[in-house]
Design a protein around this ligand. Sequence first.
Ligand code: ATP
Length: 333
Amino acid sequence: MTTAVLLKQVSRHFGLIKALDNIDLEVGPGEFFAMLGPSGSGKTTCLRLIAGFEQPTSGRIEIFGEGVEGVPPYRRNVNTVFQDYALFPHMNVLENVCYPLMLKKLDKATQRREAEAALELVKLGGYGGRRPGELSGGQRQRVALARAIINKPKVLLLDEPLGALDLKLREQMQEELKALQKTLGITFIFVTHDQGEALSMADRIAVFDQGRVMQVGTPEEIYRRPQSRFVADFVGSSNVMAPAFVERIVGEKRWASLRPEAVRVSAAGGAAAALTGTVVAKSYLGSTTRLAIDLDGTRIHAAVPSGDNVPAEGARVSLEFDRDALHLMENEG
Ligand code: ATP
């Protein structure tokens, strides 16, 4: 199988800062791939290396099997959608979308036909005559998308594409972006620091931290089987349990993660429950309520269905969970 984008032992240093530190990545053709990580973890640098706006300090990058060292961005068969959309304010929507074809010196009729088709794809048919200033944030985002796909790139790079939108619109655009990717069948690589967005949209996710790739996997693998404390903590809101505590429960001295929704809580006092604690905080989240429970100094969070049976702050409670839900990670140290 060919690989759409391959990074082999790629580093990018800025003086003493290791923005990327010896990373390996493989993105398949037609994949919707997310690069997820906290601010400063190296995601954007990685995207810019693939786009060709930056050069690696060391390592090799291939796009569809060809090394791209020294190949400028416009000759890479990739296109980028920037977070600020980078539209030309003095041009109307149609002219903005036509721009890449104008650079290629295609005839005017073809430019117009292709631009109109691209605008239809992003559900902006009929908006060609407007200026970017006359559009909403979501509409501007779609114009940027139309302009990026008009050249039919093999790989579309998206840098926090939904970052500027409010929550409702974000959710709508997440669905639309996924649908658009399916229709086009091209590889999408998008950068986000929003774990919910990565989990809901991506086929696979690479989790970045401090210039390194900590784990690559499907959303389910990343969420349910994190390989490190960092991934468990960053993706979702896991209970990360220390080795001494885990040893008490399962007899192995390893770090472990436990998702709050896997914890069952009941009033203390039943049969010799293994774990008993005190509810120290309670937050109502709509369909679930989040409890912070203190077990002799270890804090465990549980997400329980909201309702009358939720214990009050200060209540003594028993905790239970299936052994399978406790995911063992690295050894102590
Ligand atoms: P964010 O989500 O905040 O955009 P990021 O994960 O995309 O963060 P990068 O922008 O890739 O992170 O930055 C990684 C590190 O490299 C940071 O410490 C950043 O300050 C540094 N860095 C990035 N570009 C440059 C540059 N041109 N010169 C110096 N340092 C840089």
